[in-house]
Design a protein around this ligand. Structure first.
Ligand code: AOF
Ligand code: ZN
Length: 376
């Protein structure tokens, strides 16, 4: 029976959560060093090229790391990437025991992970469960990108009690409460990029920035606009707020594409109209984007859903009716014809936020192998 420190691993997950969105393509990891029941060091993964969580925590612990226990949310890396192997730092510091939760799926890891290297140096290595089921969400975006060569995709929407995200005339501001919209900024702060479509860009002229909270970073803004219908004056194209990447096609006017390039927007032009979602996701994979947030209308969300590319949902449900069959719901697209193989999400959290109900759900497969043994 392993007697590990629940508080230490919880603190490590809190540290990991605090740097979500700032570490891609690396995973956000938290580490805590405990000696004689006291926290002597802690840290989280720094942006790419910077030290990993373990090295930050060990540096803080200094000589106190000798004989101490290390709690880390992901098994320590054993290879030289942009930074040297964490196992070397753990061995050099004289750590006695390493508790970790998730296995690292990076192909540069050896078949048996960090365990054999550390145990060969007399260090006990113990894999423990996550304190909460939802802790798997800290590692899922990193895992998804490696496993499926695409980002982990989160959809956020606000809808009425009758399942509409706008009126039949296209008005959607505002369906959810101000408190719910505040949570959306926290969600944006945890992702690498926010994607929308031209319908939303034209109708709402959104900024898609993190506001009203202390932002850890600035996510990319991504627009899918095959025909160049978003005015060049749109707020999304003001790159002093945040960087913007546009996927368009040769069907869009060349003058529009040039104007965007001149404004500093990163324009990716394809000869296919409409733009193929798998091409977009592959491009984002190559850019190192682990976590993508959809904030769009039913058209773009429907394309993601038809491709079975929505992995997590944040739904805000406001207590009023909108009505009219022409008023859109959150998901358009082709949709399902039958419910035989219908894949349901797993609900992680349900809360009342001011007058709204908030539902947080994700694919059950995120929890299927919470310890993520990839190399068995
Ligand atoms: C850890 N602790 O905090 C993180 C790890 O290029 P590098 O050197 O930054 O290495 C990136 C890889 O390190 C990444 O793909 C993943 O396997 C691991 N991430 N490992 O020990 C950490 N973020
Ligand atoms: Zn490392």
């Amino acid at each position: 029976m392993v007697n590990f420190d629940q508080q230490a691993i919880q603190q490590a997950f809190d540290l990991a959560a605090s740097v979500q969105g700032t570490t891609s393509p690396n995973p956000p990891v938290g580490a805590v060093v405990i000696r004689a029941g006291q926290v002597v060091g802690f840290g989280a993964t720094q942006p790419p090229g910077g030290p990993h969580a373990e090295r930050v925590a060990l540096a803080m612990a200094g000589a106190d790391a000798c004989g101490a226990d290390l709690y880390v949310t992901l098994e320590p890396c054993t290879f030289q990437g942009r930074t040297p192997a964490c196992t070397d730092a753990i061995i050099a510091a004289g750590i006695a025991r390493v508790y970790f939760v998730f296995r690292d799926g990076d192909p540069r890891m050896p078949p048996h992970g960090a365990q054999s290297i550390l145990t060969a140096h007399g260090i006990d290595v113990i894999q423990i469960p996550p304190p909460n089921q939802s802790d798997a969400l800290t590692i899922a975006p990193f895992r998804w990108r490696l496993q499926y060569q695409r980002p982990f995709v989160t959809l956020k929407y606000a809808m009425s009690l009758d399942g509409k995200i706008a009126t039949h005339t296209g008005v959607s501001q505002w369906i959810s409460s101000q408190q719910s919209r505040h949570i959306v900024h926290q969600i944006r702060n945890r992702v690498d990029a926010i994607i929308t479509g031209s319908g939303t860009a034209v109708r709402d002229n959104p900024q898609l920035t993190v506001r009203g909270i202390t932002a850890a970073h600035t996510p990319w803004r991504i627009l899918i606009d095959s025909h160049g219908s978003t005015p060049a004056t749109a707020r999304l194209f003001d790159i002093t707020d945040a960087p913007t990447l546009v996927f368009t096609s040769t069907a869009a006017p060349e003058s529009w594409r040039n104007a965007l390039c001149q404004a500093g927007v990163d324009v990716h032009c394809s000869s296919n109209t409409p733009i193929a979602l798998p091409d977009v996701l592959t491009h984002l994979y190559r850019l190192g984007i682990n976590h993508l947030l959809i904030e769009a209308g039913s058209g773009l969300a429907g394309v993601f859903s038809d491709h079975d590319c929505i992995d997590e949902v944040h739904a805000f449900i406001a207590p009023g009716f909108i009505g009219n069959p022409q008023a859109p719901g959150p998901i358009g697209g082709e949709g399902l014809g039958q419910l035989v193989d219908w894949q349901r999400f797993t609900i992680i959290d349900v809360q009342q936020i001011a007058s709204d109900v908030y539902i947080h759900a994700c694919r059950p497969s995120i929890f299927a192998h919470p310890h993520y043994h990839t190399k068995e």
